[in-house]
Write a protein that binds this ligand. Structure first.
Ligand SMILES: [Zn+2]
Length: 494
């Protein structure tokens, strides 16, 4: 044997031994067994042909088995590039290379390799008698032929998909995509969806994906930062996790009438954020908010407890402090920062209204909790602005000593004339207007109504104010009808 041929043999054997070891180290694919057999049989052919002097057969087999791999790997490269860059041109190249691969595979591995098998088995008998080693070599060649037929079957499957216009996929790669350790996580995000769409999104979840079902739409700290991104906001405090507690100052900051609206002291109460989103959408971008902005100075604190929200807590911040029990002390940086901001507000004018938005997990509908009868005027103004407020269900609790740290109690102690907690149910509307689930536009419309009701405080001569409902919202129109039946006066804007 020539020394360069011997060198080729040694290199080829080394490559297949390396490949056999690699198959053991890689994640298992569908054709793991076939690949192992392929490598072991190929190494067998190389060794048997080398030691028995069947060098011609060995070399021809070695030359025939590899060329088709070149367009195959190039096609994979193009496919991965198309996925990374999302450019169709790379998928086009991938498909053409795959077609070339399929033809080359058929010619080299089925037709030409098939001829080698026939020649080694049948044709060779005309020239010499096959000994045991030669028969073993022929047997290994036939084994390789069976494997080529199996792979060609897989290639035909991909080719069929390609003909149906679905693009070339590496069928053998399926197992890689379905790694159970890396499930797809589906969340329903509101970021790019207008509020007037139904919640609930159908998704094509696969069996190994993880799906989270929530009976109230999530609103994350990231969602808030996204919503706040176009607007200048300030930070009231830095939390244990290093998050900022964002606050917006809106309206006429020279006004002597100061209003503060807070939400998400309790992180699990996501409905509160949708009411707050209604407040922000209205004040930031609705022309009808003009009067509200001219008359009042608004301090909006959309998420008092960003740590709790980010960490998925239901009631406390990361230091296990229930913020709505510690508005009066220094137990939490969040409430301490808010209290300092309210203190500064009191230097700038009269503290008119403080509204702390929560969600109730047991009671239905949207209702208020007031300190005794102190805020009754604001409650009735709010009821005039939205039929969604459950006026009858509103609590007027006498302030007890243990309530000193509750937001509305602490704010009243700081001087706010009208101080309320607004509870938005995590599920159904109150009975008087039907039992349907509260929709996001319902919650947002209450935020808008809160802004109107607070402004109505400045105009005692306007009472009673007409009930207002969300613009162009059929659901709410029906609610307004129901409310009208109950004796509310209803006004639907154009
Ligand atoms: Zn709460």
């Amino acid at each position: 044997m020539r020394s360069d041929l011997r060198c080729f043999y040694i290199l080829y054997a080394a490559r297949y031994i390396q490949a056999a070891v690699t198959v053991l180290l890689e994640p298992k694919r569908k054709d793991f067994l076939e690949m192992m057999v392929h490598h072991i049989v190929t190494i067998g052919v190389v060794y048997v042909s080398y030691f028995c002097g069947w060098n011609r057969v060995g070399v021809v087999v070695m030359v025939l088995l590899d060329p088709a791999d070149v367009p195959l790997h190039l096609a994979k490269l193009c496919k991965y590039t198309s996925e990374a860059l999302e450019m169709n041109i790379w998928q086009f190249f991938a498909d053409r290379l795959f077609e070339f691969f399929a033809v080359l595979f058929f010619v080299t591995r089925l037709v030409m390799f098939g001829y080698v098998c026939w020649s080694a088995h049948i044709e060779s008998e005309q020239y010499f008698h096959l000994d045991y080693a030669a028969k073993l070599c022929v047997l290994l060649l036939y084994l390789l032929m069976v494997l080529q037929l199996y792979w060609f079957g897989l290639i035909l499957k991909v080719a069929m998909k390609l003909l149906r216009g679905q693009g070339a996929e590496d069928i053998r790669s399926d197992d890689e995509d379905e790694d159970p350790k890396l499930p797809m996580i589906y969340t329903v995000s509101q970021k790019k969806r207008p509020l007037n769409q139904q919640t609930g999104t159908a998704c094509n979840a696969r069996c190994q994906d993880e799906c989270f079902l929530a009976y109230s739409e999530p609103y994350t700290f990231t969602d808030l930062l996204y919503d706040l991104a176009p607007w200048p906001w300030e930070s009231l405090a830095v939390t244990m996790m290093g998050n900022q507690v964002p606050a917006l100052r809106l309206g006429n900051q020279l006004s002597t009438q100061r209003v503060c609206i807070v939400a998400r002291a309790h992180p699990g109460e996501t409905c509160a954020s949708w009411v707050m989103r209604g407040v922000m959408d209205f004040l930031l971008s609705d022309p009808e908010a003009q009067a509200c902005l001219e008359q009042l100075a608004w301090l909006i604190v959309p998420m008092l407890n960003p740590d709790g929200v980010a960490a998925g807590r239901t009631r406390t911040n990361l230091e296990s402090v229930d913020l709505n029990r510690h508005h009066h002390d220094d137990a939490a940086a969040e409430t301490k920062g808010l209290r300092a901001a309210l203190q500064a507000e009191s230097q700038r004018g009269e503290l008119l209204a403080f509204i702390d938005i929560h969600s109730h997990s047991k009671r239905r509908g949207i209702f208020a909790i007031a300190n005794g009868n102190d805020a009754d005027r604001l409650v009735s103004l709010l009821a005039n602005r939205t039929p969604l407020l459950d006026l009858q269900g509103t609590n007027r609790t006498e302030t007890r000593p243990q309530d000193v740290g509750v937001g509305r109690v602490a704010a009243a102690a700081q001087g706010y004339k009208y101080s309320l907690t607004i509870e938005s149910s995590l599920c159904a509307r109150h009975l008087a207007i039907g039992g349907e689930h509260l929709l996001l536009q319902d919650l947002a419309s209450v935020g808008r109504a809160i802004c109107f009701a607070v402004t109505d405080l400045l105009y005692p001569e306007n009472e009673p104010v007409e009930v207002i409902c969300a613009k162009g919202d059929d659901d709410l129109d029906e609610d307004a009808d129901a409310a009208e039946d109950e004796g509310f006066r209803v006004f639907t804007p154009e």
